[in-house]
Design a protein around this ligand. Structure first.
Ligand SMILES: Nc1ncnc2c1ncn2[C@@H]1O[C@H](COP(=O)(O)OP(=O)(O)O)[C@@H](O)[C@H]1O
Ligand SMILES: [Mg+2]
Length: 316
């Protein structure tokens, strides 16, 4: 049985802040701007809660992100200081810019904030682009759209550029810089993805500022959790037949929970069937291999002692 990484409690790294998927530690800040240690766990969230633990997912997310940071560092510097373990990235702590830089290349999605949902309700203006009538679901946009939301505690809001600036989220200059950088990153992402037989459909970036007030890419980039990917080979055929594109599918696991419990209300959820969890794990690994073109090599187990060893150097 493969081990799963549910959580870490590395008191020697300082205080832990647990996100849904990552455990973040902030070792003491010696010289003003310190570092953050991001540990990607195997937690899998949906319906705003953890629904399962997927073997190797944490490693895939961490290494896919690290790979893309490397591929895009000529476009914008990033926060990565080191990747000392298959599941860990050490990043430089930045002053965060409170917007989620969303870029969309296709007319798709099902949630309230998705571009297809809004388009099908009659909305036509997105960012500074106006879409024509008569477009079909999953159609490629003539040019990618920069469609930012605010990054807030409660719920991300969609604000117009003028509102983002007038409500003080960003200055006009910074907004333009974030937008141009996000679009450049997305163009490069799409180009590389196409070379691997994938369509990078949409994504979300986060940025910060360093001590010299320069823009820096933070958080994660082009992971299967922050981005949507479709298979290029079957896209045209599926669209022509009125079918959904071939996607990296997390939906089947959501569906199982919807059929077997009320994931929004039940205090305790049933365990997902082992074969579904294994299928999900295989898909994450396949995504890693398709994106990077490299064979996935699982990190050594047991994981906790391995990580403690690899992170010793960051003890406070
Ligand atoms: N280099 C960085 N400096 C400061 N904050 C960062 C940096 N990189 C990522 N972050 C922040 O760390 C958090 C990562 O948390 P995450 O595990 O993604 O949980 P969630 O997305 O649920 O907030 C985000 O709030 C992100 O903005
Ligand atoms: Mg996040």
């Amino acid at each position: 049985m493969t081990e799963v990484l549910k959580e870490t409690n590395f008191g020697f790294l300082g205080k832990k802040k647990a996100g849904k998927v990552r455990d973040i530690y902030e070792p003491s800040t010696d010289s003003g701007q310190g570092s953050l240690i991001f540990i990607s766990t195997d937690r899998h969230s949906s319906f705003d809660r953890i629904i399962a633990h997927i073997p190797h997912k944490g490693q895939v997310l961490n290494q896919v992100s690290a790979w893309w940071f490397e591929q895009t560092k000529d476009i914008v510097p990033n926060h990565v200081l080191a990747v000392p373990d298959p599941n860990v990235t050490v990043g430089k702590k930045m002053r965060t810019i409170p917007i989620e830089a969303v870029v969309r290349g296709y007319l798709t999605g099902v949630t309230d904030t998705a571009i297809w949902t809004r388009y099908s309700k009659g909305e036509r203006s997105f960012g500074d682009i106006k879409l024509p009538d008569g477009m079909k679901k999953n159609q490629r946009l003539a040019t990618p759209v920069f469609d930012p939301t605010t990054k807030e505690e409660k719920h991300d809001r969609i604000l117009s550029v003028d509102e983002l600036i007038s409500e003080g989220f960003v200055t006009k200059e910074l907004f333009e810089l974030v937008k141009q950088t996000a679009l450049s990153l997305f163009a490069k992402g799409q180009e590389i993805a196409a070379g691997r037989g994938l369509i990078l459909v949409d994504t979300k970036y986060e940025f910060g500022m360093n001590e010299k007030d320069e823009l820096v890419l933070i958080d994660e980039i082009h992971t299967p959790d922050s981005s949507r990917y479709w298979q290029l080979r079957s896209y045209e055929e599926h669209i022509a037949a009125g079918e959904e594109p071939e996607y990296f599918d997390k939906e089947f696991l959501r569906l199982w929970f919807k059929e077997h419990c009320d994931p929004y209300k039940d205090a305790v959820l049933p365990a997902a069937p082992e074969e579904l969890v294994e299928e999900m794990s295989r898909r994450y690994i396949q995504m890693y291999e398709q994106i990077t073109g490299e064979k996935f090599i699982a990190g050594e187990e047991p994981m906790i002692p391995r990580m403690e060893q690899n992170l010793k150097q960051y003890a406070i």
